[in-house]
Design a protein around this ligand. Structure first.
Ligand SMILES: Cc1cc2nc3c(=O)[nH]c(=O)nc-3n(C[C@H](O)[C@H](O)[C@H](O)COP(=O)(O)O)c2cc1C
Length: 172
């Protein structure tokens, strides 16, 4: 397989991290990758909250039932969306754009040798409200996903979950 495509397959969810610091330049690179993602009509309705404070990372972890690992991460990034900035002001475009940005961020993290994991926030209304409150995010902005980032303590193998039965050719 092509070496660059293999890098995509090497991206895995990493949920344990060492205590080694993640420098600001790496975080900036992740944000640049996120903001290189496709976006409907190039509306770029995303914004990113970067969290380094250990206390706030612990509090974020407490709000996310499957996000305990962010308490041990060096950096947490909350990917947010502004529906009013999205193409046709539509929620779906905002969510699709934020998801594309999140995946780009995760791929860049993997390529930098960092470990990262997507943390679900939207569409759970309680999680959205509590994350908003914790960080003082304005009502018009929706926290869509969290990403926990650190140097990896585990190295899950590259893989694809390719299924031939998930593919339809020419017609259904
Ligand atoms: C919308 C979404 C929400 C997710 N939420 C969580 C989460 O809250 N906690 C977690 O540990 N993983 C979460 N994941 C990661 C998935 O569990 C993971 O991507 C999946 O098991 C496939 O494994 P892989 O990422 O190693 O390929 C989420 C992924 C997506 C796309």
């Amino acid at each position: 397989m092509n070496a660059d495509v293999l890098k995509i397959l090497a991206r895995r969810s990493v949920r344990t991290y060492t205590r080694d610091p993640v420098d600001d330049e790496a975080v900036r690179t992740l944000l640049k990758a996120a903001m290189a993602a496709p976006s409907a009509a190039a509306a770029d309705p995303w914004c990113f909250l970067v969290v380094r404070s250990p206390g706030m990372l612990v509090r974020l972890a407490e709000l996310l039932p499957r996000g305990a690992m962010v308490a041990e991460a060096q950096v947490g990034i909350v990917v947010c969306g502004d529906q009013q900035r999205a193409h046709r002001h539509q929620l779906s475009y905002m969510l699709q754009d934020c998801s594309a940005a999140t995946e780009n961020l995760l791929l860049a993290a993997s390529m930098l040798g960092l470990g990262a994991c997507w943390l679900g926030i939207h569409p759970d209304p309680v999680r959205v409200a509590e994350v908003r409150k914790l960080f003082g995010i304005p009502p018009a902005i929706t926290p869509v996903a969290g990403v926990a980032i650190g140097h990896p303590m585990e190295h899950p193998p590259a893989r694809t979950r390719f299924r031939e039965d998930a593919v339809h050719r020419e017609v259904w």
